[in-house]
Design a protein around this ligand. Structure first.
Ligand code: PGA
Length: 251
């Protein structure tokens, strides 16, 4: 049985004060959410704030939104896997569509980040998903397969055992448009089948999250689908109430 995971991607939002109140709100309201795993991914600079606010609690995991492929040295502005581990992170998002589209990350860049994250002791959350244009031209499966295959080519299928995939249709991110549960399930199943053809055990235990305008109102029907094991939440992760409602739906 796959343990559901609800991950909050705060993106470039928040400050010291809002981080403390958001973390406290999640901690205080978490209550019965014990089956679902809860992860928050603040901006780099707020990770230590969030860790302080968690005050040693390890039932809410900490993650980052990106990392550099280098370990240390002359890479101005970058953050490495070991720095993230040192700050208390256990997860890191790689290949978010905003990184791919705005910062030009290629499938190969993302695959390297996945590899470096794992080698550094972090669990990568690999984001994949098609644009509206790609969906409308019937390319959804090709795009998602290409994005996943690039990582398989670098790390091998066996290294998917300690990772998470997030299917995030680009047209659904931050737009209020959500894939229907059936549309999302179809792609999740496609990804799982693709991995299953290489290694059934790994595919069966891999958590595949849905992301893209998931909210308190649609979380239950999405996460209720067979191959949807939780959510990667942007906008709705910035308020304790909406985030906790999704955690409860996943529980
Ligand atoms: P959204 O973002 O929930 O605001 O659509 C999801 C994501 O980009 O991870």
């Amino acid at each position: 049985m796959r343990r559901p995971l609800v991950a909050g991607n705060w993106k470039m939002n928040g400050d010291s004060q809002s981080t403390v109140s958001l973390v406290n709100g999640i901690v205080d309201g978490r209550g019965d959410v014990t089956r679902a795993e809860v992860l928050i991914c603040p901006p780099y600079i707020l990770i230590p704030r969030a860790a302080d606010a968690l005050n040693g609690r390890d039932d809410i995991a900490l993650g980052a939104q990106d990392l550099d492929i280098n370990q240390n040295g002359a890479f101005t502005g970058q953050i490495s896997a070991s720095m993230l581990v040192d700050a208390g992170c256990t997860y890191v998002i790689v290949g978010h569509s905003e990184r791919r589209a705005i910062y030009g990350e290629s499938d190969q860049d993302v695959a390297e980040k996945f590899r470096v994250a794992q080698e550094g002791g972090l669990i990568p959350v690999l984001c994949v998903g098609e644009t509206l244009e790609e969906r409308e031209s019937g390319d959804t499966e090709n795009v998602v397969a290409r994005q996943v295959q690039a990582v398989i080519d670098v790390v091998g299928i066996e290294n998917f055992d300690n990772s998470v995939i997030a299917y995030e249709p680009v047209w659904a991110i931050g737009t209020g448009k959500t894939a229907t549960p059936e549309m999302a399930q179809e792609v999740h199943k496609f990804i799982r089948d693709m991995l299953s053809a290489l290694n059934k055990d790994i595919a069966d235990q891999l958590r595949i999250l849905y992301g893209g305008s998931m909210n308190a109102g649609n979380a239950e029907s999405l996460i209720g689908m067979t191959d949807i094991d939780g959510g990667l939440i942007g906008g709705a992760s910035l308020q304790p109430d909406s985030f906790l409602a999704i955690c409860t739906a996943a529980n």
